[in-house]
Design a protein around this ligand. Sequence first.
Ligand SMILES: Nc1ncnc2c1ncn2[C@@H]1O[C@H](COP(=O)(O)OP(=O)(O)O)[C@@H](O)[C@H]1O
Ligand SMILES: [Mg+2]
Length: 308
Amino acid sequence: MRSVIRGLKGKRIGVLMGGLSEEREISLLTGRAILKALKQKGYDAVGIDVGRDIASVLVKKRIDVAFIALHGRYGEDGCVQGMLEVMGIPYTGSGVRSSSVAMDKISAKKVFLHHGISTARFEAVDKDDLSGIRLKPPVVVKPATQGSAIGVSIVRKRADLPGAVRKALRFGGAALVEEFIEGRELTVSILNGRALPVIEIRPKDGFYDYRAKYTKGMTEYLVPALLKKPVEDKVVGSALEAYRALKCGGGARVDLMLGKGDVPYVLEVNTIPGMTELSLFPKAAAHAGMTYEDVAEEMLKGAGLDKD
Ligand SMILES: Nc1ncnc2c1ncn2[C@@H]1O[C@H](COP(=O)(O)OP(=O)(O)O)[C@@H](O)[C@H]1O
Ligand SMILES: [Mg+2]
């Protein structure tokens, strides 16, 4: 990575938030929380709601460093990262290639397989044609490039498969049909290459969907997850391998299912994890003794160019 920035305190930090994706509202919450934290730490930070005119806004506001608090399309998938590379503005998080590969669950899973990282068996579908699907329910059907469990269905009988695939394809791009992993849901937050305590997610009605994620009381979180040491080591090891295999940087969160025989299956890597005050990443960091403000500052320190 090039240009690790010194003397960040004198620089003008633009916190990029909002944006054009389905996850705009969550991004605004993340962005506002980050902005507040950076200001508290004494940085010259300004919030920027990202629209099509973002390049000219960055120039007009004389932004030296970008803190990317965007989720989904254009913000988390390498697009904004590429623009910042061209403009020579150092940015937080993962680089262009890493972001775009991680955003596409099909590409990311191929990388995991290449590196011997366990991930649920899957088949890709790019049109309404199910003739090639060999996996039998229960399966999980999801859009390849969405987040926040948007468009995700758990299919328990074959008859429900076409509808679930159609729903997933509505988001554009391909869809995945994935083997359903019965087990415990875990997430590992990684900050500048270091794993934070593992969190176990227990949705009250069994599925960690958009509502379970963002409604208070719908989900129980165990911080840290209660795991035997060797299992914890395996989970953290898989998460770090996934982070490294995709060449991630800064803060990222790896979602996993702990299946039969305590095998951790990596579901996905979120290269811009939610950072609302209630999000999982700051929860894990708090357990490691870091305040929200410390995490924001550490993420900022990871800013650079030519990251992957
Ligand atoms: N293969 C699977 N087996 C069991 N549950 C799954 C599987 N894939 C996804 N899920 C459930 O769906 C949720 C969303 O899936 P995920 O792959 O993390 O996509 P995203 O969070 O980007 O929407 C997960 O948090 C988990 O609860
Ligand atoms: Mg997820």
